[in-house]
Ligand binder design. Structure first.
Ligand SMILES: Nc1ncnc2c1ncn2[C@@H]1O[C@H](COP(=O)(O)OP(=O)(O)OP(=O)(O)O)[C@@H](O)[C@H]1O
Length: 299
């Protein structure tokens, strides 16, 4: 993997990239919607919040195909940041670098700066297993292990620490409570997680991520496989979790982004087009592409 190290410190402002000569051309066709210039935010979208994740001049490729172009942004601590944009624009690719899941993808490589709480995620010697504990991930399709409900939640703590049964019981209960699932499963902790409904399985996956005491929770379309009631439960949960965790969510659901997030990033064909407070993006976007997308004119 090629990484360019930079020594830049955290900046208390957000930069969306310009389409200057640095942007590498992809083989992806760009239609007329991409012709308007990406907005440059000069300042302050996360002012008032600490920066959890710092991204600077971040590029990513799959083989020769460039999937991300010069992404520069700060992601606020203990806030919800939503990534929106049409299919294939690079949302998941970006998310999967934050805990280096893309290390596992053949041909994936990245260049640029990505820091979590000022720690370079690509610095030599980075403990990727620990990074994935610090940056938990919840996927589109609930993916509980074929184990008991208890064992699913206990999995991370057992992996990372030597822990007594009493302490583990406490972590399991707390995590399930945090994930708003305890009352529904407390009498069947030893039963298979696969017997839970889809919505319950997704909350179990969130409990499993929380049990490892992460700093960041990544959620890649966490509700797209769920019914409206389960979706509402997850959104309510996100609202609770934002008090303790930095949450980065990818969603195709505009209402969900508008309801659940503090900041929204709009991406198109690998570029970060616009980024700012969710209210501003949804009520007064600066870029016509953003407006076209959120009003459903494409995507
Ligand atoms: N493993 C891979 N190998 C090659 N190309 C890939 C791979 N994964 C993604 N891509 C390409 O990278 C680009 C960005 O994909 P990505 O999945 O990040 O988009 P996305 O915005 O999350 O899309 P969606 O909303 O459909 O999930 C797409 O053109 C996609 O085809």
């Amino acid at each position: 993997m090629t990484m360019t190290q930079t020594t830049d410190q955290q900046e208390q402002f957000v930069n969306a990239p310009e389409t200057n000569g640095q942007t590498v051309t992809t083989d992806q066709p760009k239609d007329e919607l991409s012709l308007s210039k990406p907005v440059v935010h000069e300042r302050a979208d996360v002012v008032g919040n600490k920066v959890a994740i710092e991204v600077k001049d971040f590029n990513s490729w799959y083989g020769n195909f460039q999937a991300l172009h010069d992404i520069s942004m700060n992601i606020a601590e203990k806030c919800v940041t939503a990534f929106i944009g049409p299919s294939g624009c690079g949302k998941s690719t970006f998310l999967r670098w934050i805990n280096r899941m893309n290390d596992l993808t053949m041909g994936a490589r990245a260049q640029g700066t990505l820091k979590l709480h000022n720690q370079d995620l690509f610095a030599p010697g980075t403990d990727v297993v620990d990074l994935r504990r610090r940056v938990g991930m919840v996927f589109q399709k609930p993916n509980p292990f074929p184990k008991s409900i208890y064992a699913n939640v206990a999995f991370g703590p057992r992996l990372h620490t030597r822990i007594s049964k009493t302490d583990l019981d406490e972590i399991v209960e707390n995590s399930l409570r945090h994930a708003a699932l305890w009352d529904e499963v407390k009498d069947r902790l030893k039963q298979s997680a696969l017997g839970l409904s889809g919505g319950q399985q997704q909350r179990l996956c969130i409990a499993r991520a929380i049990a490892a005491e992460p700093e960041v929770l990544l959620m890649d379309e966490p509700c797209s496989a769920l019914d409206p009631k389960s979706t509402a439960a997850i959104e309510e949960l996100i609202d609770q979790l934002r008090k303790e965790y930095t949450i980065v969510i990818v969603t195709h659901n505009m209402q969900q982004a508008a309801r659940s997030s503090d900041y929204t990033a709009f991406m198109f064909q690998g570029d970060l087009i616009e980024y700012g407070p969710t209210r501003q993006i949804f009520t007064n976007p600066e870029n016509e592409q953003t407006e076209n997308y959120i009003t459903g004119r494409f995507g």
